[in-house]
Design a protein around this ligand. Structure first.
Ligand code: TXA
Ligand code: MG
Length: 320
């Protein structure tokens, strides 16, 4: 199949909407990463997402909607969920809530769970598609399963070109790491994945400490949170102070002596975590493309957006 390259203008939005309505697969820009979208109410279209990505198991997909009202037709919002939606949507936050009786998202997109992940992305072209379509769009990151998430249309085409109908190309994604996932299922809200909204931003809205999601009896699980994820071909060595001979270097802040590095990039020479998040996946892809066997990565502080950056780096470094 030929993958069309659509501009983020009226014609591109109209064609993306037409393709989705017809059950096609369209990569859509968001403020976090590009998503591989399909009509979430169409089981056959959603099955196409898993096939194109080569996703081994049926992890639940986030349903993307244009506003809070559309989200409330699909999920049941308790007080903290509503407060978080009002504070951060549109934006890089996914809320996992109980599915509502009127929810028409197909079983496959929810992986059969009684909960649903919902998000209103902050991107004008994609919001225009969601409004025009009038149906929720299921969209995981638009990469081959287990590969590095795409923050540019070229990344999407490199992984999925020829396997999907179109990519709506709106240039680089602004934030660069995926949404923060918070489960609001009664009791204290739980953090299932750190992301573009920081822990302290969430805590300021809910007025309590955000509990970590995975542990504890009866807690929700994010089945997609496999340890090895976001994987480059190269091995990663984290919290490095300088490159060893033969390693590529991924810096943060002022660089050490780089004379022994085979390739270098810097997430943010001025130690800005926002800039580092925006550069993370593109720099990992660039260094990986040099064929270096190992990438040494400078220490990233665990505060603010650093929590999400470290999470992605730890997954990229996990044994596989
Ligand atoms: O920023 C993002 O969230 C991007 C853009 C495209 O929106 N999407 C994204 O999707 O990162 P994906 O599929 O790569 O990651 C979604 C995660 C998975 O780990 C999945 O297990 C979890 O969300 N998830 C989705 N629905 C869930 C549910 N009902 N319960 C628990 N976890 C859920
Ligand atoms: Mg992903």
């Amino acid at each position: 199949m030929q993958t069309s390259h659509l501009a983020p203008d009226g014609a591109g939005v109209a064609e993306a909407t037409r393709l989705l309505r017809a059950g096609g697969l369209v990569a859509l820009p968001t403020e976090t990463v590009y998503g591989l979208g399909a009509d979430a109410t169409n089981g056959k279209a959603v099955a196409g997402i898993y096939a194109a990505k080569g996703r081994p198991s049926f992890n639940p997909l986030i349903a993307h909607v244009p506003d809070i009202a559309a989200a409330q037709a699909l999920g049941l919002f308790n007080a903290p969920a509503l407060a978080l939606a009002r504070a951060f949507w549109p934006g890089p936050l996914t809320l996992v809530v109980p599915m509502s009786p009127s929810c028409d998202v197909c079983d496959l997109a929810r992986a059969g769970l009684a909960t649903i992940g919902l998000r209103v992305p902050d991107h004008p072209a994609t919001l225009a598609v969601l409004k025009a379509l009038g149906r929720p769009v299921a969209a995981p990151s638009a990469n081959r399963s287990g590969h590095i998430s795409p923050t540019r249309a070229e990344h999407v085409l490199g992984d999925l070109g020829g396997l999907i109908d179109a990519v709506l190309d709106a240039g680089p994604c602004e934030i660069g790491v995926e949404s923060t996932i918070v489960a609001c299922l009664g009791g204290a809200p739980r953090l299932l994945r750190p992301g573009g909204i920081t822990r302290s931003q969430i805590e300021a809205v809910i007025g309590q400490v955000l509990v970590d999601g995975q542990a504890g009896a009866g807690s929700p699980i994010a089945p997609g949170q496999l340890d090895s994820h976001y994987a480059p071909n190269a091995r990663l060595r984290l919290d490095a102070t300088a490159p060893d001979a033969g390693e590529a270097w991924l810096g943060f802040g002022p660089d050490p002596d780089l004379s022994r590095a085979v390739a270098t990039a810097n997430l943010s020479p001025r130690s800005d975590l926002v800039e580092a998040a925006a550069n993370l996946f593109a720099h990992l892809r660039e260094l990986d493309a040099t064929g270096a066997g190992r990438i040494a990565v400078a220490a990233i502080p665990a505060k603010g957006l650093g929590e999400a950056i470290r999470d992605r780096l730890e997954r990229a470094a996990a044994p596989r």
